[in-house]
Design a protein around this ligand. Structure first.
Ligand code: SF4
Length: 322
């Protein structure tokens, strides 16, 4: 493991059983994540992008061990987290947190904001009494709320404030790594930038490392240092952000990027319309999974899966033709 690596994902696979068959055996499997490998550097934001159902959320949950993989490894700070026992994993959980897509649905609506933010501190026995009150007040202020918000119920808050409560809860245990799963998709458009800026500020202040999951390339561009593109359970390309946005290589990444509005007319890309539907992850195509929609596909593309290879400078691409 390189010195500055915090997370290393090796050949991660997650298949979910789909539909009951004979004697309760699954009839098929959803290939949600299929042989995905990448690393996350300490202090960076690694953006994971792709259409809905491409496996990015499952990847995030596997890294946090909220799901057990079918196979593969997750190495966190040199430790294989899949080998940790209950106690060791509980300790590890303090370092790794999740910001939910819809903060509100992750809250107990009967609890006040104070108790929602205080919960992880209580569960881990880290604070009580006045110390707990001070810590929660401090956390609320850190995310731009006021201590008085602790006395409110989640339904009394705006969508942006709810997500701030979710962020306060996520940072309450002083984690070093956060998986943020579409953290602004349930937030009003008018305050999305505010939530993103808060996440940026917290990263700097607290030295956080993010895995930032989104279907929105503009948001990924704003926050990420490196970007990975997923398609039907596969990582098809990843690179430093500036490199990926300047020089996308995989035809799927090119199509995603072509849809992103750019301010400079000289940089405007020809808009590509992706033909055809996203294939089912229950029965993904052989070879390159993108071959059913790719205008550059050749016979080898439907027969052999292209390996993810470094094209130089940490720019990895899985494509036979480019
Ligand atoms: Fe297209 Fe073939 Fe490259 Fe897949 S491997 S993206 S089908 S050219």
């Amino acid at each position: 493991m390189a010195l500055n690596e915090l997370v290393r994902v090796e050949h991660l696979v997650k298949y979910f059983p789909a539909g009951g068959g004979f004697l309760g055996k699954p009839r098929a499997f959803v290939h949600a994540v299929d042989d995905v490998s990448f690393t996350i550097i300490r202090g960076e934001t690694f953006g994971l992008v792709g259409e809905s159902g491409c496996g990015k959320t499952t990847t995030g949950r596997l890294i946090l061990r909220l799901l057990d993989p079918t196979s593969g490894k997750v190495i966190y700070d040199g430790q294989d987290i899949l080998r940790l026992d209950g106690n060791a994993m509980r300790h590890m959980r303090r370092k790794m947190q999740l910001i939910f897509q819809d903060a509100f649905s992750s809250f107990d609506p009967r609890k006040k904001v104070f108790d929602i933010v205080a919960e992880p501190l209580r569960v881990h026995g880290l604070a009580s009494g006045s110390q707990l009150r001070e810590r929660v007040a401090e956390l609320l202020v850190t995310v731009g709320l006021e201590p008085r918000h602790g006395e409110e119920y989640p339904h009394e808050l705006s969508s942006g404030q709810k997500q701030c409560v979710g962020i306060a809860r996520a940072i309450s245990l002083n984690p070093e790594f956060i998986v943020a799963d579409e953290p602004i998709s349930a937030v009003d458009v008018s305050v999305r930038a505010q939530v993103l800026n808060l996440m940026k500020d917290l990263q700097e202040k607290l030295g956080l490392t993010y895995l930032f999951i989104s279907h929105d390339m503009s948001v990924i561009r704003y926050l990420s240092d490196r970007v990975g593109v997923m398609y039907v359970g596969k990582l098809v390309e990843y690179a430093p952000k500036s490199e990926l946005f300047k020089n996308p290589i995989h035809p799927y990444s090119k199509a995603l990027l072509a849809a992103v509005p750019v301010e400079d007319p000289d940089q405007r890309r020809e808009r590509e319309i992706l033909e055809g539907d996203v294939p089912s992850p229950v029965n993904p195509p052989n070879g390159c999974r993108f071959h059913t929609r790719c205008k550059f596909a050749s016979p080898v593309c439907s027969e052999e899966e292209p390996p993810l290879l470094d094209r130089g400078g940490g720019h990895f691409v899985a494509c036979h033709s480019f």
